[in-house]
Design a protein around this ligand. Structure first.
Ligand code: ZN
Ligand code: ZN
Length: 370
């Protein structure tokens, strides 16, 4: 078990675990002894290669910590980029898994509001609380942000120790829906950045899970929504699932119509990001939700003529996670159709390459861990 500077505790001591495992294999033992000491862990050893092995079970939770059993794990672009080897600043080996549903098994001293058996969503963003962003309540862009499952080992293991404050108790959601709290958090934050008013005309570029999350919260805000998506399956899902009247397979088609006061780029595609301003109304707001590890350029007169407001949007805050949970549990947001593929941990290694390709038409993949 290792502990990082931000306080996250994870099952990272794999080498020692392997050594102990070799020793253990030579000893007479019962399966119960084995199960109480080791657990299944899937590690992304390097781009393109997962290994399934055992690591030492985490110990009992310390003060303000919870020992939790992992139930389901949502897979998102971050995981896919890590698998592809295109995630900036990512180091290997790494246990992925940051969109989690967990069941509380044990609580440490000082933990209140949680007890064994509770199903919880997990806020994977570990923030410092003292940087300029954190002290202004903008914890989503903390200067020392560490994301569980990205900067430290995540939930692709049977059990995990987590700071209790990172958990949100879910009263009504099934485990397949709970990881979507994190996905939807990105959408609620992006929409909040643009501060829409009812009746505003908006267009969302890209209809993957993040684009769909943005669409959900624009709908809640009473906005007139259009969507651009080049993958026919995704465009059809977005239009049908949200009852949208305006949907386009390309920027060019969308440009034939009136521009929008609000444009959200959720593609992380350079061409889309650079062309997004052409869809923006005079005085409008363009929000870059998707990101790219590269430069993008804009023709300055396009920006100035519109007096455009350009915003970046990153992650989400605990308050936003709680609002998302409230929307989901009250049924105002229904994303039951989103997990379009549920896979077992064993099938994951095989299926991952397919999830990299948008052509597969998968909206959201969820691993059923337990
Ligand atoms: Zn994610
Ligand atoms: Zn901070």
């Amino acid at each position: 078990m290792a502990r990082n500077n931000s306080g996250a505790v994870h099952c990272d001591d794999r080498d020692r675990a392997r050594g102990e495992q070799d020793w253990l294999l030579s000893q007479p033992r019962t399966l119960i002894e084995w199960n109480s000491k080791y657990m299944k862990t899937v590690t992304l050893e390097q781009p393109g290669r997962f290994t399934t092995g055992e690591s030492t079970q985490p110990g009992t939770p310390g003060p303000d910590e919870v020992l939790a059993r992992v139930l389901t794990i949502g897979i998102c672009g971050t995981d896919l980029h890590a698998f592809e080897g295109t995630q900036p600043f990512f180091t290997y080996p790494r246990v992925l898994g940051h969109e989690l549903a967990v069941e509380v098994m044990e609580i440490g001293d000082g933990v209140s509001g949680l007890r064994p058996g509770d199903l919880c969503a997990v806020n994977p963003y570990m923030t410092c609380g003292v940087c300029a962003a954190c002290t202004r309540g903008r914890t989503n862009c903390c200067a020392k942000m560490r994301v569980i499952g990205v900067h430290s080992d995540g939930g692709m293991c049977d059990r995990i120790l987590l700071p209790a404050k990172q958990l949100y108790k879910c009263e009504k959601l099934p485990p397949a829906q709970i990881p979507l709290v994190e996905t939807l958090g990105v959408g609620i934050h992006a929409v909040g950045r643009a501060a829409p008013q009812a009746g505003d005309r908006a267009i969302v570029l890209g209809a993957g899970p993040i684009g769909l999350s943005v669409i959900e919260f624009l709908r809640v805000a009473g906005v007139d929504i259009g969507v651009v998506e080049k993958m026919p399956e995704r465009l059809e899902f977005a239009a049908r699932h949200h009852g949208l009247q305006r949907y386009y397979p390309s920027h060019e088609e969308a440009r034939q119509e009136e521009p929008s006061m609000l444009v959200f780029d959720c593609t992380g595609d350079r061409g889309s990001m650079e062309g997004a301003i052409q869809l923006l109304q005079q005085g409008g707001t363009l929000v870059f939700v998707g990101l790219i590890n590269d430069k993008i350029s804009l023709f300055d007169p396009d920006l100035h003529r519109r007096e455009a407001t350009i915003l970046a949007s990153r992650n989400s805050t605990p308050a936003e996670h709680r609002r998302v949970l409230d929307y989901m549990e009250s049924g105002r947001i229904d994303v039951t159709a989103w997990p379009t593929e549920c896979a077992s941990p064993n099938a994951m290694g095989e299926r991952f390459p397919a999830w990299l390709h948008r052509e597969a038409g998968i909206v959201k993949a969820v691993i059923e861990w337990a």
